[in-house]
Design a binder for this molecule. Structure first.
Ligand SMILES: Nc1ncnc2c1ncn2[C@@H]1O[C@H](COP(=O)(O)OP(=O)(O)OP(=O)(O)O)[C@@H](O)[C@H]1O
Length: 233
């Protein structure tokens, strides 16, 4: 579904990715772990088409990744550290704007359903500038899945969410997974990884250091994998 081969990224003198070979199959839910600065967000941004690699290859559904290809872009939903939302617009106006970008016809029913799903129905006509961080994150989640992407790329998606929103979001992710959506999630949150993901990949210094199936494993084991100590358990 998504594959990067020998992917490198150098910015200035700094080599951030040093040859990342990673293949994610359709319907998998994969966590990408690693310490701060390991290169996780950079890898995700390159796959999302927001950054250019220095070298290497990217394949999306078996096809080489092309720059500014709308059909390829539609396959992906990306949730990064920035919300991409417009402050002066309400949730309804923001989602209508993105629906137009994705050429979604008659989006009103879907927009209302998504706003309800993320728990913002009461605020759907209020400007985003009045929202808390958690509310913005809820709307950003709705924005990322609005066009029903086949692959969801999530960069620390649980950040800023309260416990109720975390449960709601995980439910949403598990439903999408059951529908066959592929999920790739950069995160430091081991509890959420064990709830949502089947596989964990650990990046260290720009390379894949671990790649293991984690279904049924306790959170402590995932932590050991992150620390590079799982093999000794
Ligand atoms: N535009 C940039 N210019 C210079 N250095 C950068 C740039 N973007 C990223 N870096 C550096 O590249 C390294 C990897 O960054 P990246 O954001 O991919 O790490 P990460 O694994 O996602 O970390 P975190 O868990 O802190 O989000 C970091 O040392 C970062 O400072």
């Amino acid at each position: 579904m998504i594959e990067t081969k020998a992917l490198t990224k150098t910015i200035g003198e700094k080599m951030i990715l040093r040859g990342v070979n990673l293949k994610v199959n359709k319907g998998e839910a994969v966590a990408v772990l690693g310490t701060n600065g390991a290169g996780k967000s950079t890898w995700l941004k390159i796959v999302a088409g927001l950054l250019k690699p220095s070298s290497g290859e990217i394949f999306l559904k078996g096809q080489p990744r092309k720059k500014d290809d709308f059909e390829q872009q539609k396959v992906l939903g990306y949730l990064g550290h920035q919300s991409f939302l417009y402050d002066a617009f309400s949730p309804v106006e923001n989602l209508k704007f993105f629906a137009r970008l994705y050429h979604i016809s008659s989006p009103d029913t879907r927009i209302n359903k998504l706003i309800e799903d993320v728990g913002l129905a009461y605020f759907k006509h209020e400007p985003v500038r009045s929202f808390s961080r958690g509310m913005i994150q809820r709307l950003a989640i709705a924005r990322a899945i609005l066009h029903k992407p086949e692959i969801l790329l999530l960069d620390e998606p649980h950040t800023g969410l309260d416990q109720q929103a975390v449960s709601l979001f995980n439910r949403l992710l598990l439903d999408l997974k059951a529908e066959g959506v592929t999920i790739i999630m950069v995160t430091h949150d081991f509890q959420q990884i064990s709830t949502v993901c089947d596989r964990a990949v650990v990046l260290r210094k720009g390379r894949i250091a671990e790649d293991e199936l984690i279904r049924g494993r306790p959170v402590s084991w995932i932590h050991s994998l992150y620390e590079g100590e799982a093999a000794t358990l």
